[in-house]
Design a protein. Structure first.
Ligand SMILES: Nc1nc2c(ncn2[C@@H]2O[C@H](COP(=O)(O)OP(=O)(O)OP(=O)(O)O)[C@@H](O)[C@H]2O)c(=O)[nH]1
Length: 318
């Protein structure tokens, strides 16, 4: 492929950062489709999700950029937390470009420094991995915040010895800087073969996608420890047999796990009101993803302290 006038570039770039800095929102903006769920609760992302961005590179060739969204890095308090941090470590090791996300609406802090040090440790000696800093959520900051954050980011890079190829201000919700970031990431990709079939936009299996949409709906409005205690598993997705071709219906059965009986009561709500609301919202998303009308059967179960239990973690897919 090398030597041709318009080479094909392909490769992987991950988004890393503290919890809640806007990684998944940026991922969706780059891919142009909702592939990762987002919420205002920290530590929402629990899987490394890959989404494909296809673009024309500056040299005229085509490029396939595979974005990898990762869980927010934090001090782990449970086995789940440790597993999520391991996922991030693995992602950093496997990509061509690491994108460190720093939010414009908060100072660069010790958590960012630890993460930057981790990147240096992992990619410092590997010359083929590039590093980009994305300053995120720029629409939330005040006027001076973005330049200030860029200066702090440069200072952080200098302090830990991180070689940053580009600094890009972005807002995932407004779309600002998203094209610039995509161009920058593409420019850092090596020449390579196509990675995903043309029609494929993400690598999230349908059962996982459904479970994530339910978890996103269930996260809305719950507080304290409950967001972390939620786990969702898709049990069944079956087209109903006795339907006319013009009016198909798919039965989707989903289990929502919590860690304690008291949490089960909160998720279900008075007279089942809350769960009904979650079901209605999730069903809309699932119908959009599957492209068929859906009957969603949602059940809530207690899996005691699953975040700390290796056996249960395995059963829940971690
Ligand atoms: N105003 C504004 N809000 C944003 C932007 N990006 C993300 N948010 C909000 O910030 C919150 C966190 O966004 P996420 O994309 O879920 O953040 P994350 O870094 O993936 O979070 P974790 O999965 O917990 O690590 C959500 O409420 C988003 O709507 C942005 O550019 N502008």
């Amino acid at each position: 492929m090398s030597g041709t006038a318009s080479p094909y570039r392909s490769g992987f770039a991950c988004l890393i950062g503290r919890p809640n800095v806007g990684k998944s929102t940026l991922m969706n903006a780059l891919v142009g489709e909702k592939v990762a769920i987002t919420s205002d609760k920290p530590q929402t992302t629990r899987r490394s999700i890959r989404g494909v961005v296809r673009r024309q590179a500056a040299d005229g060739g085509s490029a396939e950029l595979v974005m990898v969204d990762t869980p927010g890095v934090h001090r782990p308090r449970t086995l789940l937390g440790e597993r999520l941090n391991d996922l991030v470590r693995d992602s950093i090791a496997e990509v061509d470009v690491v994108t460190l996300c720093l939010p414009s609406d908060g100072p660069v802090g010790p958590g960012d420094r630890r993460l930057a040090e981790q990147v240096v440790e992992q990619v410092g000696s590997r010359r083929r991995t590039s590093v980009v800093v994305a300053v995120t959520r720029t629409d939330l900051g005040r006027g001076a915040d973005v330049p200030e954050r860029l200066v702090q980011a440069q200072r952080l890079a200098d302090q830990v010895g991180l070689d940053v190829a580009h600094f890009v201000p972005t807002s995932g919700t407004r779309g600002d800087g998203v094209d610039v970031l995509a161009d920058v990431l593409v420019s850092l990709l090596p020449e390579g073969p196509p990675l995903f079939p043309l029609e494929q936009v993400h690598d999230v299996p349908v059962d996982v996608l459904i479970a994530e949409l339910v978890r996103e709906a269930a996260l809305d409005g719950v507080r304290d420890e409950l967001p972390h205690s939620l786990a969702v598993v898709t049990e069944e997705v079956v087209p109903r047999e006795d339907r006319p071709e013009t009016r198909p219906l798919t039965d989707v059965r989903v289990l929502v796990y919590v860690e304690r009986d008291s949490q089960k009561a909160i998720v279900i709500g008075k007279g089942g009101e809350r769960l009904k609301h979650v079901g209605t919202r999730a069903r809309r998303g699932i119908e959009g993803a599957l492209g068929v009308p859906v009957h969603l059967d949602l059940r809530v179960k207690v899996a005691k302290d699953w975040q700390r239990d290796p056996k249960q973690l395995r059963r829940l897919g971690f």
